[in-house]
Write a protein that binds this ligand. Structure first.
Ligand SMILES: NC(=O)c1ccc[n+]([C@@H]2O[C@H](COP(=O)([O-])OP(=O)(O)OC[C@H]3O[C@@H](n4cnc5c(N)ncnc54)[C@H](O)[C@@H]3O)[C@@H](O)[C@H]2O)c1
Ligand SMILES: O=C(O)C(=O)C[C@@H](O)[C@H](O)[C@H](O)COP(=O)(O)O
Ligand SMILES: [Zn+2]
Length: 374
């Protein structure tokens, strides 16, 4: 049942192992990478309660000892202060340059622990053990690490590739439904950005991929997502060009996450599904894709019970000018001009800086109006 996806990055190449039971077999995969049989695990309190002991046992079975730091769960933890706490803890554990840090958790833990590893003693290696769907299909792969700033999302960070990704699909059994759907938004993103056949498969089988009974469908969704990400990362590791395709929906989504204070009002994947929807609406407004395409995207999000519209965000939001101002801190901005990922159709995304501000603001105004009428 185990599948392997390779991330072909030369000296920094690594594999993504996908399947059930991998946490319990953690030592088998991690021990061969270690100069001495010990690791420092960074996790969050919720994940620790469910998956830390299985990992400890899995490591011990291969003679590997571990110490663990459990941070508070949630996006608010991706900050300077928890980063500093983590780095100081790793130093207190006397983690050496050749040792490995293990990130056990969702994207918050993977991003933060990966960044801590990147700056610890000028760079130690790390292993991603992603426990959310979002982390298995996206954040554990590709080496973007970092934390948030009040100025914007992921503004402090480094590219630092993991040495191994162990995606145990059993971990998804304890994931709350809202988190599963949030991660599924990044799965749909891959279809929307570059694989129309995958999107079509998700239209039919997305429900099965999320249901606990269909392990094969779940593994297929995770594997295809990882293959697409690995392929894009291998050709543009540090996002000088094409890697920005993986940011489909994120220029909008990150602005919405900042506007909602990185809180439980809006999860990252929820920002991504709403952002993808807005990207297709903007594309249709600019005549780039057919007028029907945004409706097809929305229909799938709605069928899956996902957030797809600004009307799905509780509480106040800035107006369109306020949201556009938040987009100005996006890392893809060049000479003050924002970069967008738009689409000529499903599976046909492209990167552009040629977006008239009126079209952007009209798209946002129309979307904000649904909050008043809905
Ligand atoms: N580096 C990248 O390329 C990349 C890609 C996508 C997203 N991200 C980042 O990832 C973050 C979002 O990640 P996320 O959605 O995994 O959020 P998360 O890490 O906050 O995890 C979501 C919630 O699920 C809980 N949880 C995790 N695994 C669980 C399990 N198996 N069972 C029960 N509960 C579990 C966590 O405690 C948390 O409360 C954002 O900060 C986003 O910016 C990074
Ligand atoms: O790996 C990438 O590249 C991505 O863009 C994946 C995104 O899903 C992810 O949310 C990423 O963290 C966003 O990157 P950022 O550079 O816009 O902060
Ligand atoms: Zn994302």
């Amino acid at each position: 049942m185990r599948e392997t996806v390779d991330v072909a990055l030369g000296a920094r190449a690594y594999s993504i192992e996908i399947g059930p039971g991998l946490i319990a077999r953690g030592g088998e995969f991690i021990a061969p990478l270690l100069p001495r049989p010990r690791v420092a695990v960074v996790t969050d309190e919720t994940v620790a309660a469910r998956w830390l002991e299985p990992l400890r046992e899995g490591l011990a079975a291969s003679g590997v000892a571990m110490e663990a730091l459990a941070l508070p769960p949630g996006e608010a933890t991706k900050n300077w202060s928890d980063l500093g706490r983590t780095v100081e803890w790793l130093l207190a554990q006397k983690v050496e340059r050749a040792d490995l840090v293990v990130a056990l958790g969702g994207g918050v833990i993977g991003d933060l622990a990966g960044f801590a590893a990147a700056i610890l003693r000028r760079g130690v290696g790390f292993v991603q053990v992603p426990t959310t769907l979002l982390a298995q299909v996206d954040s554990a792969v590709g080496g973007k690490t970092g934390v948030n700033s009040p100025h914007g999302k992921n503004l402090i960070g480094a590219f630092h590739q993991p040495r191994l990704v162990l995606a145990d699909t059993d971990a998804l059994e304890t994931l709350p439904a809202r988190e599963l759907l949030s991660g599924y938004a990044e799965v749909v993103k891959y279809g929307l950005l570059g694989d129309a056949a995958f999107f079509e498969w998700l239209e039919g089988q997305g429900g099965a991929a999320l249901a606990s009974g269909d392990v094969a469908a779940r593994i297929r969704a995770v594997r295809r997502s990882c293959e697409m990400k690995a392929e894009i990362v291998a050709r543009d590791e540090t996002e000088t060009g094409d890697r920005a395709l993986l940011n489909l929906g994120h220029t909008f989504g990150h602005a919405l996450e900042a506007a909602t204070g990185y809180s439980s009002r809006l999860l990252h994947g929820e920002g991504v599904s709403i952002g993808c929807q807005l990207a297709f609406e903007l594309s249709a407004r600019l005549g780039l894709c057919s007028q029907e395409t945004p409706g097809r995207v929305a229909a799938h999000f709605e069928a899956m019970g996902m957030r797809a519209s600004l009307a799905d965000i509780p509480g106040e939001l800035p107006d369109s000018a306020g949201l556009i101002a938040l987009m100005a801190q996006d890392k893809k901005v060049k000479a003050g001009v924002p970069t967008f990922i738009l689409a000529r159709g499903i599976g046909e995304a492209f990167v552009t800086r040629d977006v008239p501000v009126e079209a952007l603001s009209d798209t946002l105004d129309a979307a904000l109006a649904t909050r008043r009428s809905g």
